[in-house]
Design a protein around this ligand. Structure first.
Ligand SMILES: *[C@@H]1O[C@H](CO)[C@@H](O)[C@H](O)[C@H]1NC(C)=O
Ligand SMILES: *[C@@H]1O[C@H](CO)[C@@H](O)[C@H](O)[C@H]1NC(C)=O
Ligand SMILES: *[C@@H]1O[C@H](CO)[C@@H](O)[C@H](O)[C@H]1NC(C)=O
Ligand SMILES: *[C@@H]1O[C@H](CO)[C@@H](O)[C@H](O)[C@H]1NC(C)=O
Ligand SMILES: *[C@@H]1O[C@H](CO)[C@@H](O)[C@H](O)[C@H]1NC(C)=O
Ligand SMILES: *[C@@H]1O[C@H](CO)[C@@H](O)[C@H](O)[C@H]1NC(C)=O
Length: 574
């Protein structure tokens, strides 16, 4: 499993191909495969030729090549707002890359931003979502007023579903616009109106039942027979088929809040159990994910969606001259280190408050007000496991972020080989793991804005004097690339080795990607070795190393030699 995941990293190469179309997601039917130089391969390649040649004329084409048992069926559809050129480019690219995305698989589907292409050894024409599992991609950003937003979305998307399914002149494609709200639906045109409607209706229902999506304002739902998208920004290039009437805002019925679970219940939730590391290593990993999920569930009722408070925005702005003074004009002696985004300096404010100043070269053409807005949001995020942002200084070409100063060093300097802190006991490591998961939970679920960190790694975990972990650099990816309005990042940020495959390959942002990085981090904390220390070894990375030990039944050998040498020692897990 992990190895398969790692293999997907290899398809990274695909990302580097210059092209205008972007792969969003794909599904390979691995249940039956063809071989090199087989009849099926020949017929498939003929099929791709025919799809490439014929699709752009009308934006839709189905074709079949060969005779059973080597018969292959194919379908290509371009999004209704794409012109011939875009359509042709997209189908060409999809056809060309199938052999790399789904090598030798007799069936596959790929969703690109501009087209969908599918082929199979069985006839799937006019079949609704035949055997294709769907995928929802929802950005972790929620509306300021989720209830009103949801009402508007439902009204719009239901109208679009009706238009796409039952107005023959629109070719099963419809777009809609309301105030700060844009939607798009598309069915594959082999469907009947009824089938198209069912596909869209079902997808909309799935979305409202999906935790990750129900309050997201940026959604892409991919199905075998249809797609549904909505966003607060216009993302399609045609005139909207449907425009919300000016007074369409439905009366808002305030939701009845479930009684919130009391704090005492939370306190009682911690059960103690012990397991041996020997059998427990992957379990630790699993347990982390489970703790995380449990905390999520519990906290669902305590969701705190307080809008940005009325704190004066000016209080966040700090003068450049103040920072110059505080850091002794950014002297080298005050330099704490060089982070991924720029150098960090230690400073002391006139009132004695110690600070850390991160000096970022933004090179960004984002508007000042937009940046300020973002910083305002980040400053609102306050949690004992997050490094607190005090303020910002925005100069012409650079931005300086002012953080609380954390006394201890980052986790990577404390646990990895050759570091003085390798004597960290298991209890301390466990406390660190728990703290990180709390901070992450807050970012993902409990804060006023949901945020995906995107670059979680040991060097981004700082430790205070009591060895409490604090996550740093959250929000920076979003702040600096300004791509927070894309459900797919145009540029993947993050650190190789920690990145979830779907993020590395497709740029798909979700909280799941952070959990993947968190898993890697937990393995590093247990092993006392960094993921990068495995490059050049036969395993190549810590995941393969862990997997090898796990399958060999030698997981205990993975633990840091600094930990208790007796392999039978029970390690407290929760
Ligand atoms: C087909 O190939 C894939 C790898 O591309 C493999 O995972 C799968 O097991 C193969 N299926 C069969 C039936 O051999
Ligand atoms: C496939 O065909 C090519 C050209 O006919 C040949 O060079 C190659 O060896 C064949 N590959 C296999 C695996 O048979
Ligand atoms: C589709 O493309 C093929 C070439 O691969 C061509 O022979 C065929 O006539 C085209 N069909 C239509 C309907 O244009
Ligand atoms: C399918 O492949 C076989 C073997 O290469 C070939 O004889 C046949 O003509 C192909 N069918 C079509 C429709 O191209
Ligand atoms: C169908 O769509 C067309 C183009 O958007 C529009 O002019 C027409 O009024 C629609 N027909 C119905 C019955 O809604
Ligand atoms: C839409 O889907 C839901 C859930 O599957 C179903 O209960 C409902 O009847 C559907 N609506 C229509 C009009 O088909």
């Amino acid at each position: 499993m992990i190895q398969t995941l790692i293999l997907s990293f290899l398809t990274l190469a695909l990302l580097n191909t210059p092209t205008n179309s972007q792969l969003i997601f794909n599904f390979c039917e691995t249940s039956s495969n063809y071989t090199t130089n087989s009849t099926y391969e020949t017929n498939l390649s003929n099929l791709f030729n025919s799809l490439t040649k014929n699709t752009s004329k009308t934006g839709f084409y189905t074709s079949t090549e060969g005779e059973p048992p080597y018969q292959v069926f194919g379908l290509a559809i371009c999004r209704g707002d794409m012109n011939d050129n875009f359509c042709n480019g997209c189908v060409t690219m999809a056809s060309r890359y199938f052999p790399q995305i789904c090598p030798y698989n007799k069936g596959a589907i790929a969703w690109y931003d501009r087209c969908i292409v599918r082929y199979s050894n069985h006839n799937f024409f006019s079949q609704l979502d035949d055997g294709i599992p769907g995928e929802n991609i929802c950005l972790d950003q929620s509306a300021s007023d989720p209830y009103q937003f949801k009402q508007k979305i439902v009204t719009m998307m239901e109208s679009l579903a009706h238009i796409a399914a039952f107005n023959r002149s629109v070719h099963m494609f419809a777009t809609g616009a309301g105030t700060g709200l844009y939607g798009l639906v598309q069915c594959t045109r082999d469907l009947s109106g009824e089938q198209c409607y069912n596909c869209l209706n079902q997808t909309l229902h799935d979305l409202s039942a999906d935790d990750q999506c129900d309050e997201s304002v940026q959604v892409t739902a991919l199905r075998g027979s249809c797609i549904v998208m909505y966003d607060m920004k216009q993302f399609f290039s045609s005139d909207p088929t449907w425009v919300a009437p000016p007074d369409a805002d439905p009366t808002i019925i305030p939701p009845v809040k479930p009684p919130s679970l009391s704090e005492t219940q939370r306190g009682n939730g911690h059960k103690t159990s012990t397991i041996a590391l020997g059998v427990g290593l992957p379990l630790v990993f699993l347990a982390a994910v489970i703790i995380f999920i449990c905390l999520r569930r519990k906290n669902r009722f305590n969701k705190n969606r307080i809008p940005v408070n009325a704190k004066s925005r000016n209080s966040l702005l700090i003068k450049f001259s103040t920072l110059q003074q505080a850091t002794d004009n950014f002297s080298d002696s005050n330099k704490l280190g060089e982070g991924g985004f720029g150098p960090v300096y230690k400073g002391k404010m006139p009132n004695g408050q110690e600070i850390a100043v991160k000096r970022l070269a933004t090179g960004s053409d984002q508007g000042l007000s937009e940046l300020e807005n973002e910083v305002q949001f980040l400053a609102e995020l306050q949690h004992k496991n997050l490094v607190r942002l005090f303020g910002v200084c925005i100069e012409e070409k650079e931005m300086l972020l002012v953080y609380e100063y954390i006394r201890n060093k980052s986790l990577d300097t404390l646990i990895f080989e050759n570091s003085s802190g390798r004597k960290l006991k298991w209890e301390q490591r466990l406390k660190i793991i728990k703290g990180i998961s709390r901070g992450l939970l807050y970012l993902h679920q409990d804060s006023a804005i949901r945020l995906v960190h995107r670059d979680l790694k040991a060097s981004n975990i700082l430790l205070d004097e009591n060895m409490n972990p604090k996550i740093s650099d959250f929000g920076l990816a979003r702040l600096l690339r300004g791509d927070h309005t894309q459900s797919k990042t145009s540029k993947v940020v993050g650190t190789y080795g920690y990145m979830a495959p779907e993020y590395a390959v497709h740029g798909t942002i979700s909280t799941k990607a952070d959990i993947f990085s968190f898993g890697v981090l937990i393995l590093e904390i247990i092993a006392g070795r960094s993921n990068s220390s495995f490059s050049g070894s036969s395993e190549g990375n810590i995941l393969n190393y862990a997997w090898k030990h796990w399958t060999n039944g030698t997981a205990i050998e993975m633990k840091d030699p600094c930990l208790d040498p007796d392999p039978n020692t029970d390690l407290e897990v929760m």
